[in-house]
Ligand binder design. Sequence first.
Ligand SMILES: Cc1cc2nc3c(=O)[nH]c(=O)nc-3n(C[C@H](O)[C@H](O)[C@H](O)COP(=O)(O)OP(=O)(O)OC[C@H]3O[C@@H](n4cnc5c(N)ncnc54)[C@H](O)[C@@H]3O)c2cc1C
Length: 354
Amino acid sequence: MALTEVVIAGGGFAGLACAKALATAGIPVVLLERKKAAGVGMHTTGIIVGECAGEFSVPEHLTRKVTDVKLFAPNLKAVELHAKDYFFLTTDTPGLMRHLSDEATRAGAVVLYDTAYESGVQSGERINVNNGSFSCKFLIGADGPRSKVADHFELGQNTKFLLGAEAEYEGLELGDNNAFYCFLDQKLAFGYLGWVIPSVGVTQVGIAQRMPRRPDIDAFVARMKPLFDFSNAKVVARRGGLIPVGGLVRPFARDNVILLGDSAGIVSPLTAGGIHTALHYGKTLGETIAHYLHNGGQHPSLLLEKIYPRFYLKQGLRVVYERCAPDWLLSAALTNPIFKTAASTVFFKKKKLK
Ligand SMILES: Cc1cc2nc3c(=O)[nH]c(=O)nc-3n(C[C@H](O)[C@H](O)[C@H](O)COP(=O)(O)OP(=O)(O)OC[C@H]3O[C@@H](n4cnc5c(N)ncnc54)[C@H](O)[C@@H]3O)c2cc1C
C-alpha cells in the first residue's frame, strides 16, 4: 500500500491544477487518470475565456486568439458582437493537457496514466483507494461529469446535461478567421447552440443539445455548407461528451472527500464553459488543502462552501431559453438592441471567480 496525503481521481483541467498546487506546496499527491496518456481522447472544444488566460499562463504556440462573435439566428441572419479588449483563446487542447500534466509532474506530483480510480473506502482517519493500493488523508473527485467518487461516497451527482459533438477540420475556409461563429437553432441545438471556430491548425465545428436529445453533427455540417467552403475540408479528429448544466451538486463534500470541476457541477449552465472554473477551483482547493495540512484551521470544504459558484441566475436563464425561445422568436429578436446587449453580456461579461 502506498501512503500519500492526497489522491486525486481524474487528470483533466481540475485534477491537474489541484495536483500542481498541492505539489508546489510540498504535499505528497498521487493523481490517477484512466486515459493512457495526457491529451488523448479529448472531449472538449477547449475554448478559454479571456479572464482565464489572464489567470493561467498558457504557452502562446498552443493558442489562437479570437476576438469577434458572429451570432446567427435560426433563419441564418447574423449580428456581429465585439467587446473592446475581450478575447477568447482556442487551444491545441491535447497539447495544453500535456503542458498541464508536465507542470504538475515538474512540481512533484505523481501522475499515473492508464490507472483508473476504482474504489474508495473510509478507514478511520484515512481513505483506502483501489482496494488498498493507496491510502490518503484527502480524496478529490475530479473524475468528470459522471463521478465514481461521488457515487462511492454518496455525494451529489449531476442530473442535467448537454451532449456535445464536434468535428475538427483541416482545410475549411471561413470568411473571417478572427470570428467565433455561433448558431442558434432550437431544432438542431436545443438549449444551446452550434459553433464554427478557427483553432490551432484546424477549424472546430460542433453542436450540443440538451439531453435526452442527441446532437446530429452531420445535419449541422449540412446546414453550414452554404455558408463555408468545405470543398477542401477534411475531418481530422472528433470530440464529444457530456456537459453538466444543473449547477453545483449537493453535497459536494463529505469529510475529506471533495468534488471538483465537472464532478462538482461547477460549469456555467448558460455558456457551458467549465475550463476556467476547473482550473481556478482546482488550484484554490490544492492551496487550501496544503494550508490545512500544514497549519490546520478552516476545513477546505467549508471554504468551498463560501466560494463555489451557485449559478442561480444562469440556471433561471437556461429555463427561459429552453421554454420560451422558439426559433421564430430568436430570428425575430436577433437584431433587437436589447437582445444584442443580452447576447453581448453572455459572451463578453468578465466572470469574477471567488
Ligand atoms: C463537447 C464539449 C465542448 C466543451 N467546450 C468547452 C469550451 O470550449 N470551453 C470551456 O470552458 N468548457 C468547455 N466544455 C466543458 C469543459 O470541457 C469541462 O467543464 C472541463 O473539461 C472540466 O474539467 P474537469 O477536469 O472537471 O473534467 P474533465 O475534463 O472531464 O476531466 C475528468 C478526467 O477524469 C478522468 N476520469 C474519469 N473517470 C475516471 C476514473 N474512474 N479514474 C481515473 N480517471 C477518470 C477522465 O478521463 C478525464 O480525463 C466542453 C465540454 C464538452 C463535452
